[in-house]
Write a new protein. Structure first.
Length: 391
């Protein structure tokens, strides 16, 4: 068994206590301790982390508390990401050994586990952003604006013309999703994906950092719906509208208007078409009851539980597995900095992750690699079950 603590116990004597604390408990818990301590000297902590000795007492004293906290977080994150590797070979056996020795595993997953299922990722050549760029939509200047709330409200049809390509209804989980689900030591799966395939696979300890396309929410009344119920509308190029509260409101207000009208013709039926509903609210400068996926658009906050989950999970996790992500997008871009340095990190990816030197890196097709791991894990389990029967 790999003795992780022994391999990381040879700390340099020159490392100060502040740096040591960040490495031992991670950035999130370090910052919580600092902010909870009314006597904490932010200026001194910043000087502790100032390797280049560029920060002067006079300069720091001119900063506000907010500025000092922001500076402290930036420097702490840098320290948190500067990890020393454990001496572990880049082999399947090494990963199986870590899996066997661990009991609280955190898995971070990204678009790379879904591309083999036919879902395009966002940032690679011929990914979603590249496809949007080639279309030269006049409504936007940059591809990312498709996922901006202002763009959605103004041009929902444009959004759904792109989003229908990743509609969860049309896709099924693959080996990587099953690898996450079948891990009975899973503490939590932090996914950056919005395709809901982890949810479909049956992963229950799941945190969808950027929300989920599995549900739609009304912009007007906040009523929620299953996306599957509107899959045909979206596939056909339409924009889903609230069919419950807002439709009832529309009917009630239109009927009242008819009853108040001098020319009240009983023969005139109420127009309940999507066009009529949109026009009714739009001409009154009211919020139109478009249904928006429950995903995080640019400018919106990430999952409300994210910070607390990271705070709690980072203190009990004993293995991190990264699957199919570049970890370049917030909040996951800082995730590793919150993990104590004694916890080993395994990356399974097609390409290396910039700025992250993991303890184990299995490079290649993710589905192929995890499929082999699953087979090996099942073989080990069968052997253990046989031994139990013999006893």
């Amino acid at each position: 068994m790999l003795d992780v603590d022994d391999q990381r116990s040879d700390e340099e004597k020159s490392v100060n206590e502040t740096t040591r604390m960040i490495r031992e408990i991670g950035v999130a818990n370090f910052l919580k301790r600092v902010y909870d301590d009314e006597a904490a000297d932010l200026c001194q902590l910043l000087r502790d982390l100032d390797k280049d000795h560029k920060l002067t007492p006079t300069g720091l004293e001119k900063k506000s508390q907010l500025q000092l906290k922001q500076m402290l977080k930036r420097k702490a994150v840098i320290i948190g990401k500067q990890r020393k590797n454990i001496s572990i070979p880049n082999t399947h056996d090494a990963v199986l050994g870590l899996l066997s020795a661990s009991s609280n595993i955190l898995i971070v997953s990204g678009a790379g586990i879904s591309v083999n299922r036919g879902i395009p990722d966002f940032r690679s050549p011929d990914g979603i952003y590249d496809q949007i760029r080639r279309c030269n939509y006049p409504e936007i200047d940059e591809p990312e604006q498709i996922f901006d709330m202002a763009t959605f409200v103004a041009h929902p049809k444009l959004f759904y013309s792109v989003a229908k390509k990743i509609l969860p209804t049309h896709f099924q989980p693959g080996p990587a999703h099953c690898f996450v689900k079948d891990n009975n030591k899973l503490l939590r799966n932090y996914t950056q994906n919005i395709d809901s395939l982890e949810r479909k696979a049956g992963v229950d300890r799941l945190l969808e950092c950027h929300g989920s396309f599995a549900f739609l929410e009304c912009l007007r009344c906040s009523a929620k719906y299953n996306t599957d119920d509107f899959a045909q509308t979206i596939t056909d190029g339409g924009v889903p509208l609230c069919t419950e509260r807002c439709m009832k409101e529309y009917r009630r207000r239109r009927k009242k208007r008819k009853s108040d009208s001098i020319d009240n013709s009983a023969a005139t039926s109420l127009d309940v078409s999507d066009q009529a509903v949109v026009a009714f609210f739009d001409t009154r400068n009211e919020v139109i009851p478009y249904l928006k996926p429950t995903i995080t658009f640019f400018g919106e906050d990430v999952h409300s539980d994210y910070e607390q989950r990271v705070l709690d999970d980072s203190q009990v996790a004993d293995l991190i597995i990264v699957l199919g992500t570049s970890m370049s997008v917030a909040p996951i871009s800082e995730f590793i900095s919150h993990i104590p340095h004694k916890v080993p990190i395994v990356v399974i990816n097609k390409t290396p992750i910039k700025g992250l030197d993991p303890d184990v890196f299995l490079q290649g097709d993710i589905d192929v690699i995890v499929s082999e791991l699953l087979v090996r894990m099942n073989d080990v389990k069968e052997e253990e079950d046989k031994k139990k029967c013999i006893v």
